[in-house]
Design a binder for this molecule. Structure first.
Ligand code: ACO
Length: 393
């Protein structure tokens, strides 16, 4: 097989990896659409579960279809005691993303029948994953604190129930609504690393639990999920509005990235950051101001002045979400698992789409190693000057 080395792009940057109808981004104009509908409209008028239906089945549900989908998800929120017991064996210092990846994969043990050509099987897998992922995230959080997980509350909708399972208190309607919109905003974003990972795994025709587990593992890396945790740390370290300009000057002088700014695709402010900032302001009005919000606003202003027009660096989705989640009482290391709760909708939409057009992913490589080397007998090998890595951690 011949390989055109000129076609090679590090990280496959800008290389189309699939034809997809799930979502669309225009980074120059700041447009994000799910199945052709603008994110602003979905954030205002839809719910996360309705948006998940739209992403996965490609159309907005009728009232009956939505009610049926919501009821199924409500019914399947509980997790088997084996999964809870398994989590009790996880180290409490382990990262919740690792716990989620393990538990998502474990679902494949309990629902092992695989029938990818059966629409009922697809439906059941979608419902189970959307229903159980939040329960597993909340359960691990309580277990690591030494508490028993609390059962889902059937009276509460998807977002409210998650906050309830996490904090053991029913959230206010405003807090639940804002959290629901956050889930909608994070539900899908074209061919990012975790979605690509989900599609590659899906293309082998493995089970959907393995598809989601591989996507969770990919999202866990600091270059993908997790920047919002670092935004909070940065705002705390800056401390005051007066310290913002010196901080930005120092970052620019040292070529250091400012967390929550810049995006591979957007060259304007991320449309999700605009919505999240408004939501944060609404939340702070009723639940009390955040001491670092003024620092964040000033930082956005200064970064825009210094790097906006010159480099197209503006606030991204992670800039305001951390402040908002903290106000909702969510611990920092759960920010990325929450991203996974939301993004499961997008991963499942891509899984389903991949099945309809499937061809197993099998890219090529450019071999840059040597050829035709002799196998040296042990006694003829030179003593290594440098000691190879050893197991010392
Ligand atoms: N702060 C300061 N300068 C920046 C930033 C930033 N956050 N982002 C990019 N730049 C500068 C770079 O230093 C570079 O400058 P140069 O041309 O003088 O070398 C230029 O802009 C281009 O930078 P790249 O790294 O090539 O931009 P890219 O589009 O590849 O990177 C990325 C995008 C990885 C998101 C980057 O902006 C970044 O690391 N941001 C901070 C981390 C962050 O907020 N991540 C969350 C992204 S959203 C998400 O994943 C859900």
């Amino acid at each position: 097989m011949s390989t055109n080395t000129e076609e090679f792009k590090d990280g496959l940057a800008g290389v189309p990896a699939a034809k997809s109808q799930v979502s669309y981004v225009n980074g120059v104009e700041g447009v994000l659409e799910y199945r052709g509908i603008r994110i602003e409209e979905l954030a205002e008028k839809s719910s996360f579960i309705e948006t998940a239906y739209l992403l996965i089945w490609g159309k907005l549900p009728t009232p009956e279809e939505l009610e049926e989908f919501e009821t199924e998800i409500r019914y399947h929120r509980r997790i088997k005691f084996h999964i809870r017991d398994m989590m009790k064996c996880f180290p409490e210092t382990g990262h919740p993303m690792d716990a989620l990846q393990t538990s998502a994969a474990a679902l494949g043990l309990f629902y092992s029948r695989r029938a990818l050509d059966n629409p009922d099987y697809i439906r059941a897998a979608v419902v189970r994953l959307l229903a159980k992922i939040p329960t597993m995230v909340a359960a691990f959080h309580l277990i690591r604190k030494g508490n028993d997980p609390i059962q889902p509350n059937d009276e509460l909708d998807y977002a409210a129930n998650f906050l309830y399972m996490l904090t053991e208190r029913k959230p206010t309607p405003l807090a639940a609504k804002i959290f629901d919109i956050c889930l909608t905003l994070h539900a899908e974003h074209t061919m990012n690393a975790s979605t690509f990972s989900a599609r590659v795994t899906a293309s082998t025709l493995t089970d959907p639990y393995a598809v989601v587990a591989s996507a969770v593992g990919t999202l866990a890396g600091p270059l993908h999920g997790g920047a919002n945790e670092e935004v909070l740390e940065m705002l705390e370290s800056i401390g005051t509005v007066a310290q913002v300009r010196p901080y930005v000057d120092e970052c620019i002088a040292n070529k250091q990235k400012i967390m929550g700014f810049g995006h591979r695709v957007y060259r304007v402010k991320d449309p999700r950051a605009v919505i999240l900032q408004n939501l944060a302001e609404r939340l702070f009005e009723t639940m009390g101001q955040d001491e670092y919000y003024a620092v964040a606003v000033e930082l956005e202003k200064v970064v825009e002045e210094r790097l906006g027009a010159s480099k197209g660096i503006y606030a991204n989705v992670d800039f305001y979400s951390g402040l908002l989640y903290r106000k909702l009482g969510i611990p920092r290391d759960l920010f990325t698992p929450i991203f996974a709760i939301a993004r499961a909708a997008g991963w499942l939409a891509h899984w389903k789409e991949q099945l309809t057009v499937n061809k197993i992913y099998r890219p090529t490589q450019i071999y840059v190693g040597e050829h035709n080397l002799a196998y040296l007998p042990m006694e003829e090998r030179a003593v290594a000057r440098e000691r190879p890595p050893s197991f010392s951690l």
